[in-house]
Write a protein that binds this ligand. Structure first.
Ligand code: HDE
Length: 698
């Protein structure tokens, strides 16, 4: 009997909503996983040994005729494909988007408009500058790319976690990326902008200023993908069923709230757990806590000048404040399935801003226009030819019937004689569709003008929205921006670059400039920042009141003698709120008290404060002291996380030097409702920012 492939044994293939076999559902079911009866070559020949090469005698030499050795090594030699030139490091998840029907008036795109329609999606999050093996928590922009496998074809919303971009015209993309990537001589620093070439470029290229402010804010170091906003950045044109058009901006709003790390945590995580974000996402999904986001749109009239309230909608360095044009929620994205194979799915997925479906069009934003060229072009190299759309992760669920033929890695065995149109040989098939039959028909629009290499005058305003952003932040968020600029510029060697960037900051906000200058030990230059901006409260991440705590992690310090009953009660309360509890102890194994036992999930050696959103010390530990515990508690204190203790756990806090009178340090006799309620409310605020003053003063 020949070896049987799992593929041959397969049960009926799952189908997509379109009725077509769902290629994603069968991903990972190929027998080239570690299954099946016998190891074979790629040609299906069974192998007797895969540990020894074929040699002339036990002491060699190795024989050329060893086809297994040659095949095994050759395949291995070619296991890597070029990493993405930007957004190389990423993590992804499967899920679905369900429309709520609110978009029906503005677009005919069924997956957005039709109430209750469920569309499968694959979403890849990424950092921009780092290589594939770099750390997750570096200060950077995050990619937020969503592939919707709609019944009308694939639509990709290839966005970021910041709503603006460094450049207004795509022709500058190689410049900004060359400046941000490691220096070409020594290839350092990795995955960061804290170096001369980046600041050289952005200080000379002031249209980057608004985006630089976002990158230096807490948005540059998200807590997790689960707590990160996403933006389509460009203005899109939606086309309604009646042909009416509107200009829109897309927003992803995380259901779990918008939260960030603090800079020290981000740095610690980069060393202690470089996979911090991807682990968080995969663990949450595996634990049955999906990532959820509302998709929202800002809808603006499609006027000939493409402006709204004086804001140029074709300028990707500008936002439309939500207070001027509210975000309307049109559906929810849920990510609830981890990929089966990183390479096949996350690495090989190919997003493209030009993957559009009827009802969604692009605008003349010159940044967007360049992207329409770039994605397909880069993928031809990265994925080795023009047939990457046949890879399961890129395959549309809609029926594909193209006349594209041959090329590297062709997987299909096309039939017929006439892959051209018009033809008579194959009966004139396939036929083009009418708009009523679902064809993508570009909305006619007047296009005229002289061929010029120039921007509209409105693109010259580089600072007003940077000022708007900075002044819309809360006090503590502004301090973080000052610290980020001071850190990044402090890493530059060239004095002239620091001075030039200070002159840019002087145009944004005099206080910001003065504070950064003081940190650098340089004089603050004078500038003329916008005086009268109306702040946009939606730009601040600090919640006005406690928000959801879904997926947050509470670490409970326990050990021999710990009040296990109290831990159980705390766990029930924490889990009822949607958060997770993890037991930390000096040593692994289990802790027992009477007949109750508790598994230790982290030891003081294996954990670091970064993985907990709050730390609680259990009662019953007496005056337990440990230098690593002091570090854990002091870091949690410095990072303004809720800290709590009950019973004699309070002595442990004192022993670790925690100021019991500081905000957000909660103590109780026992684990009772007021204790757990206060802790969960503090967790819902994400941080105890009132403590920041105490931390800075100490
Ligand atoms: Fe990209 N970008 N980009 N970009 N981009 C790529 O495509 C490019 C821009 C974004 O998870 C590349 O397949 C140009 C803005 C994401 O696979 C490449 C310009 C925004 C991802 C490319 C931009 C993005 C990419 C690299 C200026 C936010 C990762 C590999 C005109 C709205 C997608 C690839 C994934 C990836 C080009 C600007 C987001 C080289 C030329 C603005 C999320 O084609």
């Amino acid at each position: 009997m020949p070896p049987k492939r799992q593929r041959d044994q397969a049960a009926p293939k799952p189908t997509s909503p379109t009725g077509k076999a769902d290629p994603l559902a069968t991903l990972g079911q190929d027998n080239r996983a570690q299954a099946g009866d016998h190891l074979t070559t790629a040609q299906g020949v069974r192998l007797p040994d895969t540990d020894h090469s074929l040699k002339a005698g036990r002491r060699g030499p190795t024989l050329m005729e060893d086809f297994h050795l040659r095949e095994k090594i050759t395949h291995f030699d070619h296991e890597r494909i070029p990493e993405r030139v930007v957004h190389a490091r990423g993590a992804a998840a499967h899920g679905a988007f369900v429309a709520n029907g609110a978009a029906a008036a503005v677009t005919k795109a069924g997956f957005l408009a039709e109430k209750g329609r469920r569309t499968p999606v694959f979403t890849r999050f990424s950092t921009v500058l780092g290589s594939r093996g770099s750390a997750d928590t570096v200060r950077d922009v995050r990619g937020f790319a969503v592939k919707f496998y709609t019944a009308e074809g694939n639509f990709d919303l290839v966005g970021n976690n910041m709503p603006v971009f460094f450049i207004q015209d795509g022709i500058k993309f190689p410049d900004v990326i060359h400046a941000g990537k490691p220096h070409p001589d020594r290839e350092i620093p990795q995955a960061q902008t804290a170096h001369d070439t980046f600041w050289d470029f952005v200080s000379l290229h002031t249209e980057a200023t608004h985006h630089v402010l976002w990158a230096m804010s807490d948005r540059g170091i998200p807590r997790s993908y689960r707590t990160m906003e996403g933006f389509g950045v460009h203005t899109f044109r939606l086309v309604a069923a009646d042909g009416g058009t509107s200009l829109v901006k897309f927003h992803w709003k995380p259901v779990a709230g918008v939260h960030s790390l603090v800079w020290e945590e981000a740095q610690l995580a980069a060393g202690a757990d470089p996979d911090f974000h991807r682990r968080d996402m995969a663990d949450a999904i595996e634990a049955g806590a999906p990532l959820e986001y509302d998709l929202g749109i800002q809808v603006m009239p499609d006027t000939p000048d493409h402006t709204f309230e004086g804001i140029d909608l074709l300028d990707a360095t500008k936002i439309v404040p939500e207070e001027l044009c509210p975000v309307q929620v049109i559906g929810r994205l849920t990510l609830d399935r981890n990929p089966t194979n990183y390479f096949a799915e996350t690495e090989q997925v190919a997003f493209h801003t030009g993957n559009l479906v009827p009802g969604i069009e692009v605008t003349d934003d010159p940044l967007m226009q360049a992207r329409l060229f770039s994605y397909l072009d880069t993928q031809l190299t990265r994925l080795g030819g023009p047939n990457f759309t046949q890879l399961p992760i890129n395959c549309p669920h809609a029926a594909v019937n193209d006349n594209l033929r041959d090329g590297m890695h062709q997987m299909a065995i096309h039939q017929g004689q006439a892959p051209y149109l018009p033809n008579s040989v194959d009966g004139g098939a396939p036929k083009v569709a009418t708009e009523a039959e679902g064809a993508y028909v570009h909305r006619p629009r007047p296009v005229e003008g002289e061929a010029v290499r120039a921007n509209p005058a409105s693109f010259d305003d580089h600072f007003s929205q940077a000022t708007l952003f900075y002044r819309s932040l809360s006090e503590v968020e502004r301090v973080h921006v000052v610290e980020a600029f001071t850190f990044e510029l402090g890493k530059c060697y060239e004095q002239a670059i620091k001075e030039r960037q200070l002159r840019v900051l002087a145009e944004v906000d005099a206080d910001l400039c003065a504070a950064v200058a003081a940190g650098l030990g340089l004089p603050a230059p004078a500038g003329t920042p916008a005086e009268d901006v109306v702040p946009s409260p939606a730009l601040s991440q600090i919640p006005p009141g406690p928000g959801p705590v879904t997926g947050r992690v509470v670490g409970v310090v326990a050990g021999p003698g710990a009040d296990l009953g109290g831990i159980d009660k705390l766990e029930k309360a924490v889990e009822a709120a949607g958060a997770i509890l993890r037991v930390i102890a000096p040593a692994g194994g289990v802790i027992s008290k009477g007949r109750t036992t508790r598994v230790v999930e982290r030891t003081l050696l294996t954990c670091r404060s970064i993985e907990f959103d709050a730390v609680v010390v259990a009662g019953g530990l007496g005056g337990f002291r440990d230098i690593k515990l002091s570090l854990l508690l002091q870091e949690a204190f410095r990072h303004c996380k809720p800290i709590a203790a009950w019973g004699d756990g309070v002595q442990v806090l004192e022993g670790a030097g925690v100021d019991l009178s500081a905000p957000g340090v909660l103590v109780g006799e026992k684990v009772l409702k007021p204790f757990t309620g206060e802790l969960i409310a503090a967790l819902g605020m994400h941080r105890v920012w009132e403590r920041a003053q105490v931390v800075m003063a100490s």
